[in-house]
Design a protein around this ligand. Structure first.
Ligand code: OAD
Length: 255
């Protein structure tokens, strides 16, 4: 057991008795699977690229093939990525507690690949594509048959395929945000993992949980604006901290 990441006794007992746990994850959750974060200095995506040139509807309209190709490259790296021990620990949490809801800002599908059963994607999924005009989903078969970059939309004349992710300036999928807000309002324990807590509305979810009386634990190697609200902050990697928490929870349940 990694004792460096010990929950306080009080938090461990609150976790052991929690009926609804909310887990909010950001890019740091996928970092150990080899997927770069956005805002980390040097290695973060937005340290190398300008988001306004790649992650807005205007950028896509101005240069669709550049945006499509950039996402294709990210898609290829996501396809090679595997969930790590931290993802697996969140799946194990489901066998120890009655209800775990994972709300993720990540678009890589790694929580689902690991086996988490209740996952809400706030920012879409990079492995899916949709029509830029009608927003209807476009199948992989259609994309595979296309020789255009981006492929044409099957639905709208002169329409194009685009990744099914949320770009800056776009609204989040309503069902996902509603489910996330409901989970935040009803949870009694909340983890915020690997997010700078700078992008709304995701950043406000742990605060909604706090308001509802939940305990809040942050897992992030660096301080964030959320840190001062958390009852405990673990300055470590998601995989190390989560595997340690699972060990502690199992030991607590066995006693
Ligand atoms: P960021 O890149 O802003 O933050 C990643 C966080 O993960 C940082 O606070 C790191 O310190 C932390 N981190 C790095 N490695 C870690 C590890 N192994 N374990 C735990 N934490 C680690 O990513 P997000 O907060 O997810 O939006 O960014 C939010 C949104 O901004 C993204 O979903 C994306 C981006 O623009 C869209 O694309 C719509």
């Amino acid at each position: 057991m990694t004792s460096d990441f010990k929950l306080t006794d009080s938090l461990l007992h609150r976790l052991a008795g929690a009926r609804h746990v909310l887990v909010l994850t950001g890019a740091g959750m996928s970092a150990e699977s080899g997927i770069p974060t956005f805002r980390d200095a040097q290695t973060g995506m937005w340290a190398k690229y300008r988001p306004e040139e790649l992650a807005t509807p205007e950028a896509f309209e101005a240069n669709p093939s550049r945006v499509w190709e950039w996402y294709e490259e990210r898609r290829r790296s996501v396809c090679q990525a595997q969930p790590h021990a931290g993802h697996v620990a969140l799946v194990q949490l489901e066998s120890l507690l009655p209800s775990i809801c994972v709300v993720t800002q990540n678009v890589d599908g790694l929580h689902q690949q690991a086996g988490s059963s209740d996952v809400w994607e706030l920012h879409g999924n990079i492995l899916r594509s949709k029509c830029h005009v009608s927003h209807r989903p476009i199948s992989r078969e259609w994309l595979a048959d296309s020789t255009h970059s981006p492929p044409r939309s099957p639905y709208v004349r002169h329409g194009l395929a685009r990744p099914d992710v949320v770009w800056f300036g776009e609204v989040l999928p309503q069902t996902a945000i509603d489910a996330a807000m409901a989970a935040a309002s009803r949870c009694d324990f909340c983890f915020s993992i690997g997010t700078t807590s700078m992008v709304q509305p995701a950043a406000s979810l742990p605060l909604v949980a706090l308001e509802a009386g939940a305990a809040l634990v942050e897992i992030n190697p660096h301080e964030t604006p959320l840190s001062l609200h958390a009852e405990q902050c673990f300055r470590g990697k998601a995989s190390d901290v989560l595997t340690s928490i699972i060990d502690q929870l199992r030991a607590c349940k066995d006693t």
